[in-house]
Design a protein around this ligand. Structure first.
Ligand code: CTP
Ligand code: MG
Length: 402
């Protein structure tokens, strides 16, 4: 009998981290799974000869995707209904190799250090196990089911223990077999199994934080620890441009407002050049073509149509593609009418059509210094940009959005 084997128990279901993302040991932690991180220090440790994971019967493909083959890594064992049973299965799988010592570690602890492995191993002796622990720092209360405090428990001599827990292989195998024979179940660590068999257990000081991931907050904390920053949002910008000819009339529609004027804008719809430029800009954020493609001027349905529906439609396409309009900016280019007095009302109107706050809408105006068709009063032009935000990796193509 020689050597050291490590058992990584990974057959739990992570019910306390019930966010629908699957067992916690297969979650990503900065590019590697929790399980891969928990196993790696054992594979790398000079004293550890073999490593075996104990996995749930349904997790074979998850395991294979998570853990690369390694000369020290044995074929995984299948877990049981409780942690205690999973460990017993892991021990049974090692019987033929009969290592001298064994380390039993939770897959849910991804930050075990090489030093801690060495420290635990050094403290293992015949008839004596070793477990890392930290003196309890908080004041302890015993409560009833409603959270009503019954008593304060003196914390002197109390330790919160962790894994890896080390034992002589023959000792802990016998202890688990004895617990099974006697019907002692539900023990949450191997030290408890050892104690029940009359073995001594020594606490050694833990290194690092060696935290166990139990809740969603723990997973978040672990991710912060490895510097796994959340994927930045995916911003996309579209631009739009439109011109309409000025003709006979008594008002113009600009950015959704009817403004009295001695000319009118000519066009198939209401010829709102501002909303048309904005619509194209919004469509541009999802590569969904242009306003003419969605509302062909040849289609009689759009004759005289109010242009707010064009903009609202484009925004609905962005939402369907998983995006949200973050910001809109439109510049009207005209000699008249004066835009300044209407600027705020235009911002409010656009914000209402799009369903965003007016602070996310900018309306600007400029004359063309008397130059060109705008300068000669033959038409009004508008330029726009739209910025849309998508959750990273979520943006879908325009085909999916339509
Ligand atoms: N474990 C196991 N087999 C089980 C139960 C637990 O191998 N039947 C493992 C877990 O995968 C984990 C370790 O034991 O690595 C510690 O258990 P715990 O933190 O309780 O994990 P889960 O049982 O998965 O979580 P929960 O109790 O919230 O369901
Ligand atoms: Mg559990």
């Amino acid at each position: 009998m020689a050597g050291v084997a490590a058992i990584i128990v990974a057959a739990g279901r992570g019910e306390r981290l019930a966010d629908g993302g699957g067992p916690k040991q297969y979650r990503d932690l900065g590019g590697r799974t929790v399980l891969a991180r928990a196993i790696a220090p054992f594979l790398a440790h000079g004293q550890v000869e073999h490593v075996i994971a104990v996995i749930h019967a349904h997790d074979r493909s998850r395991y294979e995707a998570a853990v690369a083959p390694h000369p020290k890594l044995l074929e995984p064992a299948t877990g049981g209904a409780t942690r205690q049973q999973s460990v017993a299965n892991g021990l049974a799988a090692l019987v033929e190799r009969a290592p001298e010592r064994v380390l039993i570690h939770d897959a849910a602890r991804p930050f075990v250090t090489p030093d801690l492995i060495t420290t635990v191993l050094a403290a293992v002796g015949p008839g004596r196990g070793a477990v890392p622990g930290a003196a309890v720092a908080d004041t302890l209360k015993r409560c009833d089911g409603d959270g009503l405090v019954h008593e304060t428990v003196p914390r002197a001599g109390l330790f919160a223990v962790q894994t890896p827990q080390g034992f002589r292989f023959a000792d802990i195998l016998a202890a688990h077999e004895q617990a099974k024979r006697r019907g002692v179940g539900g023990l949450t660590d191997d030290a408890a199994v050892a104690e029940a068999a009359g073995l001594a257990v020594r606490i050694v000081p833990s290194h690092g934080d060696n935290m166990k991931i139990t809740t969603a907050q723990d997973l978040e904390l672990a991710r912060q620890r490895v510097g796994a920053v959340p994927q930045p949002a995916d911003y996309r910008t579209g631009s739009g441009y439109d011109v309409h000819r000025l003709a006979e009339g008594d008002h113009v529609m600009l950015c959704g407002l009817r403004i009295a004027h001695d000319r009118g804008l000519d066009g198939h719809s209401d010829a709102d050049v501002g909303l048309h430029a904005l619509t194209d800009a919004v469509l541009g954020t999802i590569g969904a073509g242009d306003i003419g493609g969605h509302f062909p001027p040849s289609d009689p349905r759009w004759r005289g149509a109010a242009s707010d529906r064009f903009l609202a439609h484009a925004c609905a396409l962005v939402r369907a593609a998983g995006g949200a309009i973050n910001h809109l900016d439109v510049t009207l280019v005209c000699e008249a009418p004066k835009i300044g007095p209407h600027r705020q009302a235009m911002r409010d109107r656009i914000a209402a059509i799009v369903g965003i706050d007016a602070s996310r809408v900018s309306v600007k105006a400029t004359t063309n210094e008397g130059l060109g068709f705008v300068g000669r009063g033959e038409g009004i032009a508008a330029l726009a940009t739209a910025t849309a935000m998508f959750a990273a990796g979520r943006a879908q193509g325009p085909g999916d959005a339509a």
